[in-house]
Design a protein around this ligand. Structure first.
Ligand code: AHR
Length: 503
């Protein structure tokens, strides 16, 4: 049995919608086939963007998209991706499968897709193999509106010549990616200096047509998982110049040389995966504590901009394409992680799961004109009620479950109150075999009504192109309430969202 105490009147901060963000790279079939099929494709599309995928992502409420990163952008030169399609320079995608990249999806296409999705834009600049000038001109190309009395901008004119008069919205800008690894193998000190230099030229151009435009939110490359030294150095040397500092951590069941199958695993491996994901909490606390030392007012956001499970690729697929299936185990990882990010929303301002479509822990898989929504998709959709809501105080007491070596908390939870006063509570039961009675006591509040939904199945259940709706959310009624007390019977291996109307 688990016990949770929630006080809907004690607000702990805003849960930024960007915590529900996604990451899409020129990798495997994420951009090409997954999101972009081109105007001449037989797959229904709007200006080249897959209609089925865009509609599903809008329904999930995708708030922000990070592109073209991770390792790819440190070899990406933005000019190759703008201008007439036929003339675009081709390149080999050396990071991912050695395939030909024809650059048909570039800046204009990214902006078109974000426009269709109604989401914010997060661009990643090239520090590894690009110049300061290249980065600065890209920002000018995208954001300077030269339809003014000011000086003529060659970059804005080039954008216009390429068919887009108005400036594009750039909300977030990442200065490099994984610069401790694929982004140039730099030391923390070296990168901190480079960051200070490059970010100087990520300019905010005044636009008289849009005088209230927000400044570009600048994100420095942060640590790989438990590299706390990196965070310390970046905060010490560059804190005043950044709005956000990133963090990358992937849930890998075994190790990088043998990660483990996405669909075929035993109970030990199931709990091993979940215990690896549970390390996220330690990372949030330890990196957060270092940031607190230099930034006690929490001005700088911790941007958890690569997270999710990384399994072996599906048998028979290109190892460089990172295509993996997605089971209830992945859905639990998503539920745990999102609850943790919500609970740390005083510091975590954005998080991006890797990656949107057909790569790693995707919310959507495609095959030709077919599309499958993964269990992870359903978690993001269930949890979207937290976007822009106020986190409220909650305290939990629960059992541990798992095997001797890999014990994890049975229940992860978070609770928020939205603008209509609805209290939304999301819960995960990590036991693969046992249901759990969760008793929720509301402090100084009474329940009027509850609507709920649940995602539950066997730990290795997943959706296929033949059976796309095997794992999906259902209405949930296994709860009772009386006054300020709610008792929920969480099925084994489940994730639930309760929408509580208060009296
Ligand atoms: O998401 C796949 C890769 O993982 C990204 O390109 C890189 O940033 C990270 O190492």
């Amino acid at each position: 049995m688990s016990k949770i105490f929630i006080n809907p009147n004690v607000k702990k901060g805003k849960i930024n919608k960007e915590i529900y963000g996604h990451f899409s790279e020129h990798l495997g079939r994420c951009i090409y086939e997954g999101l972009y099929v081109g105007e001449n494709s037989e797959i229904p599309n709007v200006n080249g963007m897959r209609k089925d995928v865009v509609d599903a992502l809008k329904e999930m409420k995708l708030p922000v998209r990070r592109w073209p990163r991770g390792c790819f952008p440190d070899e990406y030169h933005w000019r190759d991706g703008v201008g007439p399609k036929k003339k675009k320079k081709k390149m080999i995608n050396t990071h991912w499968g050695g395939v030909l990249e024809d650059n048909s999806f570039g800046t204009h296409e990214f902006m078109e897709l974000c426009d269709q999705l109604g989401c914010e834009t997060y661009i990643n600049g090239n520090v590894g193999s690009g110049t300061v000038r290249e980065m600065s001109e890209w920002v000018e190309y995208m954001t300077l509106d030269s339809d003014t009395d000011g000086p003529v901008s060659p970059m804005a004119d080039l954008r216009k010549a390429n068919g887009h008069d108005a400036a594009f919205p750039v909300n977030y800008f990442g200065v490099g990616n994984e610069n401790w690894g694929c982004g140039g193998n730099m030391t923390a000190e070296y990168y901190a200096n480079e960051y200070r230099r490059y970010q100087t030229y990520v300019r905010n151009y005044y636009n008289p047509k849009n005088p209230d435009k927000k400044n570009i939110y600048k994100i420095a490359c942060g640590a790989n998982a438990g590299d706390f030294e990196w965070t310390e150095t970046l905060m010490k040397m560059a804190a005043p110049y950044m709005d956000g500092l990133s963090l990358h951590y992937y849930t890998v069941t075994h190790d990088w040389s043998h990660k483990g199958s996405a669909t075929s695993f035993d109970l030990d491996e199931f709990y091993l995966t979940l215990s690896k994901c549970a390390y996220t909490e330690e990372l949030l606390n330890k990196h957060g504590n270092i940031m607190d030392k230099y930034d006690p007012d929490k001005r700088i956001g911790l941007i958890f901009d690569e997270w999710g499970t990384w399994h072996d690729v599906e048998p028979g697929t290109n190892p460089g394409f990172l295509y993996q299936q997605n089971t209830m185990r992945d859905a639990l990882v998503a539920g745990m992680s999102l609850n943790l990010f919500n609970s740390h929303c005083d510091r975590v301002k954005m998080a991006n799961i890797a990656q949107l479509v057909n790569v790693l822990q995707s919310v959507i898989l495609t095959e030709g004109d077919k599309m499958v929504l993964t269990p992870t998709y359903h978690v993001f959709k269930m949890f979207n009620v937290h976007q822009e809501a106020s986190l409220v105080e909650s305290v939990i007491n629960c059992n541990k479950v798992g095997t001797e070596k890999n014990l994890v908390n049975q229940v992860y939870e978070s609770a928020s109150v939205d603008e209509n006063g609805t209290l939304n509570i999301t819960l995960t039961n990590l036991s693969a075999t046992d249901s759990d009675e969760v008793e929720i006591s509301l402090v100084e509040a009474l329940v009027k009504d509850i609507k709920a939904e649940v995602l539950t199945d066997k730990m290795d259940a997943y959706n296929t192109f033949e059976n796309p709706c095997a794992v999906t959310t259902k209405e949930f009624n296994d709860f009772k309430f009386d006054g300020g007390k709610i008792v929920v019977k969480m099925p084994a291996c489940s994730i639930a969202a309760l929408h509580v109307t208060l009296k």
